[in-house]
Design a binder for this molecule. Structure first.
Ligand code: 5GP
Length: 128
């Protein structure tokens, strides 16, 4: 499928954001998994017994940017990688939550698209 020309929703991407540095190996992390499409590592300030971040190997500022600008093949590869990570972490049987924050109302703090995988206990309702 042809990409629409002049996508107005393309957000500015800062190559020096902390996740870009982790992806380039410039900042250490506790790596969990890596595929052609994605890189996964433990969150530095976990909000659940298991809290892992999965980021695409590409310059996408948020889910909104990713969904508008990544190819269907890349999107599929990325989300398959997210499921692989959840499986590797042993979360599939009891369940897990995935969250992705876009923009200020969602309190996105790192502007490289990422999916939080949370689990390891009963997480209750969505917003507590
Ligand atoms: P956001 O608020 O953008 O959805 O999530 C950003 C997440 O990145 C937060 O949960 C935060 O704890 C995590 N984080 C921020 N800086 C670092 C870092 O240097 N290393 C790791 N592993 N996680 C980080």
């Amino acid at each position: 499928m042809k990409k629409p020309a002049g996508n107005l929703n393309k957000m500015a991407y800062d190559k020096n954001n902390i996740f870009a540095k982790i992806l380039r190996g410039e900042v250490p992390c506790k790596k969990v998994h890596e595929t052609e499409f994605a890189f996964a590592f433990h969150d530095i300030a976990p909000d659940a017994p298991v809290h892992v971040l999965v980021i695409p190997k590409g310059e996408y500022a948020s889910f909104d940017d990713f969904s508008q600008n990544a190819s269907p093949e890349f999107m599929k590869g990325f989300f398959v990688s997210v499921q692989e990570v959840a499986k590797m972490l042993g979360l599939v049987e009891n369940g897990y939550r995935i969250i992705s924050n876009h923009g200020s109302d969602a309190s996105q703090t790192v502007h490289h698209f990422h999916v939080h995988i949370l689990g390891g206990k009963n997480l209750g309702r969505l917003l507590g």
